[in-house]
Write a protein that binds this ligand. Structure first.
Ligand code: NAP
Length: 339
């Protein structure tokens, strides 16, 4: 049984603790911490875990075989670096860190360690529909991929959501998905700005993010975060002689009064609940199978941060902004990639 220590017991931290305690097998949450000690105590009592004062204490606990970081973004670097220094596998919710430089420091620390310890929480790679879309695309059934159309629609966003959040918090999932879907880095980003939705107040919403992969695939991502009707994730790959479309996550279809109706997920938790479960089960299973970490890597976290920076610059300038990446270390090439 893998002993897991959790840093940060807010919304997603609690959800992952529930998942590891009641849904997936092979792990037990043995220690946790949160700046809100009352919440930490309550959550710990529910699963029989120890409460520690700091994330460093969680990492140092000898019962902790692997660490899950779910605190707020600016604290991620510190806990991921401390986990690497302790030689413990670490699952870090996105973002890996809040700047490209911080992500590179993590990459360098892991390379110096000599084997992969870090996995980043890009859960779309574990979604059954995205996996099928990728298998069809890679299998050559529709010929070489030329373009992809995506939409990321949220019913609404909280008041602290800013202009840049559309890229760094919302489209970051498409950014990682596109790199994984086509097995290519993203070479440049542009942002087109249509007429503003009145649902978004002062926020520039929606946006159209255009990504160019190194192999010439052009991807458009509609980011609409006040669409009201539900949480709607779309994707269609256009190949040389066919297209492949992400299946709708539809549990039931109702035909009534001249219409066909299917429900739309209320939010990201509902849409991706199974993907999160698969993400954790595969992380735990890979660690049980010889202590390997094979999911989205520190390099993936770094590359996503670099594309986000280009996207934010494109949003501010209106220009096509090339993505500048460091040389990829050997550790991240070859077999050790997400299945
Ligand atoms: P949240 O509800 O605000 O929870 C974060 C928790 O961490 C809060 O309880 C916070 O306490 C605590 N915390 C902050 N700094 C800490 C530190 N240094 N040590 C210990 N605890 C600390 O946020 P969330 O929505 O769960 O998001 C957490 C992370 O998960 C974010 O990076 C977010 O981007 C990511 N996330 C990913 C997905 C996904 O789809 N993969 C979805 C949701 C969230 P205070 O409130 O006292 O600061």
């Amino acid at each position: 049984m893998l002993g897991v220590g959790v840093i940060g017991t807010g919304m997603i931290g609690q959800d992952h603790i529930r998942r590891m305690s009641r849904v997936v097998s092979g792990a037990r949450v043995v220690a946790l911490t949160d700046t809100d000690t009352a919440v930490a105590g309550e959550v710990a009592a529910g699963v029989g875990a120890a409460v520690h004062a700091t994330g460093e204490d969680v990492i140092a606990d000898p019962r902790v075989d692997a660490v899950v970081v779910c605190s707020w973004g600016p604290s991620h670097e510190q806990y991921v670096l401390a986990s690497i220094a302790a030689g413990k596998p670490v699952f870090c919710e996105k973002p890996l860190a809040t700047t490209q430089q911080a992500c590179l420091r993590i990459v360098e620390a892991e390379v110096a360690h000599g084997s992969r310890l870090v996995q980043v929480g890009f859960m779309r790679r574990y979604d059954a529909a995205y996996r099928s879309l990728r298998a069809v695309t890679a299998g050559g059934e529709i010929g070489a991929a030329l373009m992809m159309h995506c939409a990321h629609r949220n019913p609404m966003v909280p008041g602290y959501y800013e202009k840049e959040s559309a890229i760094v918090d919302t489209a970051v999932h498409e950014i990682d998905m596109v790199r994984w879907m086509f097995g290519q880095e993203i070479a440049a980003a542009r942002v087109l700005v249509p007429r503003r939705s009145r649902n978004g107040g002062d926020l520039q919403d929606p946006l159209l993010l255009i990504l160019e992969t190194a192999g010439g695939v052009l991807v458009d991502v509609e980011i609409s975060v006040n669409i009201r009707y539900g949480y709607d994730i779309r994707g269609e790959v256009v190949g040389e002689h066919g297209t492949a479309t992400l299946a709708e996550p539809v549990p039931v279809t109702v035909r009534r009064a001249g219409f066909v109706a299917t429900p739309v997920p209320a939010d990201w938790r509902e849409r991706f609940v199974t993907a999160y479960d698969t993400e954790f089960q595969e992380w735990i299973d890979a660690l049980a199978d010889g202590g390997r970490t094979v999911g989205p890597s520190a390099w993936d976290g770094y590359a996503a941060a670099a594309v986000c920076d280009a996207g934010v610059a494109a949003l501010h300038t209106g220009d096509r902004v090339p993505v500048a990446l460091a040389d990829q270390p050997k550790l991240y090439r070859g077999a050790e990639v997400t299945p």
